[in-house]
Design a protein around this ligand. Structure first.
Ligand code: ZN
Length: 304
């Protein structure tokens, strides 16, 4: 592939990647709001409703207990008045019994009222805390919503700016390539433009057919890996020798062994055995230089 086209593709790839990332962030942002609203706030509201129900029940209980207490109190007072008008022992005993029973009831209700009041205070405290928590959450949600609106506007502006930059390059690389590259970036992890080293695609690490490898090495056009669909370009490397050997029909067993191990990914190339190591060291130096040049080219491309 020619260098200008590859640089265009790389620039486009990076812009696209940034845009896709921004679009994903934009999509993700309302999710935190959704969690706050539909999970946390909804749970607190349900909690509040339950506590409120308990609160109302105890309040009603207390009202009834206080009424019963007042009735017992009145019964006792009435009996105490009766005490003034008694004329014999039998009446005295009957009224005394009434007073005693009313007092017992009073004591019993007083005890229950105190107990219920203690529980009521606890429930009122819980209710209060939940109400505060709901207030906090509602404030957080409002703040988050404002923040999301602000950040969304920022991200949309960034996306728009990138899209404008993209358009300029898209005119050069064409709609079809743009569409394919966008699909790769959205659906494949890692880089969308990968080198071919030896006969191996550095995107999916599959060994590609020799005829395809030759085509990638010689064509000026864009090639796509038949396995992972990533854009693939030829990069000179020490594995080239191995590839050429395969094509020549030699050393094939040795290479297969190397491919199975991490040899293809390794920059050292040590897995390829002693037989080729001497030749490798000079190749390796050349490769390092090559990478440096490529890197500089990309830098220039960004600056211009
Ligand atoms: Zn591939």
């Amino acid at each position: 592939m020619n260098e200008a086209l590859l640089n265009d593709l790389r620039t486009y790839h990076d812009l696209l990647k940034e845009r896709v990332q921004l679009e994903n962030e934009l999509k993700e942002m309302p999710r935190t709001l959704e969690i706050l609203e539909t999970q946390m706030l909804a749970r607190e509201k349900k909690n509040h409703a339950d506590i409120r129900q308990e609160y109302d029940k105890i309040e009603e209980n207390l009202r009834m207990l206080r009424q019963s207490f007042t009735e017992a109190e009145m019964a006792r007072e009435k009996a105490e008045h009766q005490m003034d008008g008694i004329t014999n022992q039998r009446e005295y005993e009957a009224v005394s019994k009434e007073i005693k029973e009313a007092q017992q009831k009073e004591d019993e209700y007083r005890k229950r009222i105190q107990e219920q009041e203690r529980i009521f205070a606890e429930v009122a405290d819980r209710l209060n805390r939940v109400e505060k928590s709901i207030e906090d959450l509602e404030r957080q949600i409002a703040e988050k919503r404002a923040e999301i609106n602000e950040k969304s506007a920022e991200k949309l502006a960034q996306i728009q700016a990138i899209a404008t930059e993209e358009e300029e390059i898209a005119n050069r690389i064409g709609a079809d390539i743009k569409f394919r590259l966008e699909r790769i970036i959205k659906h494949k992890p890692g880089e969308g433009i990968v080198p071919l080293r030896g006969a191996v695609c550095m995107g999916c690490h599959m060994i590609l057919p020799a005829s395809f490898v030759n085509q990638v090495r010689s064509t000026e056009d864009i090639s796509f890996c038949p396995y992972c669909s990533r854009i693939i370009y030829y990069e000179q490397s020490e594995e080239d020798t191995i590839f050429e050997d395969i094509v020549a029909g030699a050393l094939s067993d040795l290479v297969m062994e190397g491919e199975e191990s991490e040899g293809v990914e390794s920059e050292e190339g040590e897995d390829f055995g002693n037989g080729v190591s001497g030749r490798k060291s000079s190749k390796k130096r050349r490769k390092v230089t090559q990478e440096k040049i490529d890197f500089d080219l990309i830098e220039d491309d960004y600056e211009n």
